[in-house]
Design a protein around this ligand. Structure first.
Ligand SMILES: Nc1ncnc2c1ncn2[C@@H]1O[C@H](COP(=O)(O)OP(=O)(O)OP(=O)(O)O)[C@@H](O)[C@H]1O
Ligand SMILES: [Mg+2]
Length: 251
């Protein structure tokens, strides 16, 4: 939930252009977006509109061609890869559209990895607890090639949760899941938001998931065309009844 008016993420006039076969492609054209700490924001829009490109700039995975991106007041557009990766390690969780699990590591090791990089001595126990929360207790020793698409997605979700990031970017987090699992994962995401004030920025084609967010913004041909297509009062948000999944005492 939005707990205060602290800005966690702000972009000013960002553009992204690439050259392809001697032509300039303008993937993003002047995006201004402000996200407050604890907010839940859905980015919607048709395939190819620029959602994944935008998310990678917001998370500091890539640099804009022009414009400014501030995450936790850090000017990502001015930082080199090493400094951006430090900002990501300190503050960001990312669930990729293609999961990007490490193929040579088991499911458990994949989930443990960010916690180990952050020198968390409890990485194994926390990873096991998270695998249980995404329903994969019995798949910890499987390598990604031995998991279904939906299972890989859930491992990627557990991996993104383990550092309890300030802001979680998720690209189609429920894209490969059946309705029941998808609802469960959505509950998990919103529990994270509720218990840890984790800001959520979700790219999704799933209108039910988008509707659970406080705000939706729409991408169209590289532009952000509507910043308020869904805007709900706080009291109406996150009201889908469910048993809390994350227990802050042991998550
Ligand atoms: N590195 C690149 N070089 C050239 N074109 C690119 C590159 N990356 C993305 N594009 C193009 O930019 C556009 C936006 O891509 P992007 O992946 O951001 O779309 P998207 O909104 O996430 O789509 P989807 O819903 O299908 O995932 C697409 O037309 C894509 O073909
Ligand atoms: Mg995409």
């Amino acid at each position: 939930m939005t707990s205060n008016s602290e800005i966690i993420l702000k972009t000013q006039s960002i553009t992204k252009s690439v050259s392809l076969e001697n032509k300039q492609l303008h993937l993003l054209q002047g995006i201004d977006l402000t996200v407050y700490k604890g907010e839940t924001v859905a980015i919607v829009g048709s395939s190819g509109s620029g959602k994944t490109t935008l998310l990678s700039l917001l998370a500091g995975l890539d640099l804009p061609s022009q414009g400014e991106v501030y995450l936790k007041n850090k000017p990502l557009h001015q930082l080199n890869e090493e400094d951006r990766s430090q900002v990501r390690a300190d503050h960001v969780g990312f669930i990729f559209q293609q999961f990007l699990l490490v193929n040579s590591l088991t499911a458990l090791e994949n989930v443990m990895l960010p916690a180990e990089l952050a020198n968390n001595g409890n990485a194994k126990q926390e990873a096991q607890a998270l695998l249980a929360q995404v329903g994969l207790s019995d798949r910890g020793s499987h390598f990604p090639s031995q998991l279904s698409g939906g299972e890989q997605q859930r491992v990627a979700i557990a991996r993104a949760f383990i550092t309890k990031p300030d802001i979680l970017f998720a690209d189609e987090p429920t894209g490969n899941l059946d309705k029941k699992t998808s609802n469960h994962i959505a509950d998990l995401l919103f529990d994270l938001n509720k218990h840890y004030d984790t800001t959520l920025v979700l790219v999704t084609h799933d209108l039910l998931l988008a509707k659970r967010c406080q705000r939706s913004v729409e991408m169209k041909d590289g532009h952000l065309v509507d910043q308020s297509i869904v805007q709900k009062p706080l009291a109406e948000q996150n009201q889908e009844p469910h048993q809390p999944i994350i227990n802050p005492a042991n998550a």
